[in-house]
Design a protein around this ligand. Sequence first.
Ligand SMILES: O=C(O)/C=C(\CC(=O)C(=O)O)C(=O)O
Length: 364
Amino acid sequence: MTPTESPAVEPAVRDGIRCMLMRGGTSKGAYFLASDVPAEPLTRDNLMLRIMGSPDQAQIDGLGGAHPLTSKVAIVSRSTEPGIDIDYLFLQVVVDKPVVSDAQTCGNLLAGVGPFAVERGLIAPGHETTSVRIRLVNTGDVATAVFATPGGRPDYDGAAEIDGVPGTACPIDLEMQAGTKPLLPTGNVTDEIRGHRVTIVDNGMPVVLLDAGELGVSGDEDPEVLESRTDLTQELEHVRLEAGRMMGLGDVTDQTVPKMFLLSAPTNGGAIGTRGFIPKRVHTSIGVLMAASVAAGIAIPGAVGSDLARLPDSDVFDIEHPTGIFPARVRVERNADGEWTGTSTSLRTARKIFDGLVFPRPRL
Ligand SMILES: O=C(O)/C=C(\CC(=O)C(=O)O)C(=O)O
């Protein structure tokens, strides 16, 4: 069965499925317990398309918000891995195509995973704060999330501000453990694709760095302006397909990675200016792991963007994006084999928006 074929009418259509809608960082998604959804990937993906309302530009018949940043799913379970509390599987539900991709993770939805795990009783909360070790199933990376749980319940209210989200909320600290994958997947600080100098870097999210000026834009345009430049978007897509092959991801036509980043000199006191294609729409801010990957890239001497960047004295890289600044705490170093490796820490917030039953469309 492909994800486009509907299974026989399931009880889920009639009785609903337990689901929590949460904002995680600057994204929003539907969170499920793994035990509440089918384990078989094609059946699960078909169900997620029907829950989110894809494929449809407006996602009018589902929970999705008609943008990649609001068409996301987290599937959460207790981990069987020693030293890990929670497994988090991320699914990107493509808005206008019957495609669900597990080829990437999402650092923004990651912010909601710890509080969701406490809400659902998967882990016992700590006294005032709770620390959860989370395995990002999509990539194999491991993160530690620390958040407030006064009285044993996640606190969503607080004073932390993140650009791209109105108001303030309770801080959630996310620390990514150093991965086993190389930071530079092609082994090169720069590569050339279709005459463009690129740096391909993966510090939790595979990204391709390009100099905005080299593509004829200043790099501080509004997302809609860049999205409307079909000459630019088509060229970036050609580069992306080749970069995907070069970094061992195969044919990425229907994948949402790698993400494409146009870099420019900072204009707002930060380290670098960014516009991220994720990969068709332009991000209204920047993803957590995207910021970690961009920061790691510009910190490597000779990489694309290293010449445009104003590198910080500390390990906090203020990454400028369309709606403000993302402070990414990133460390890059060479290991004993001379390979570059990276780690990152980020501050996010999350909020429980809705908890209840979601009723999927009976068929696609
Ligand atoms: O992958 C996307 O298209 C968007 C993301 C990913 C993310 O969070 C990250 O890079 O860590 C987001 O901003 O939610």
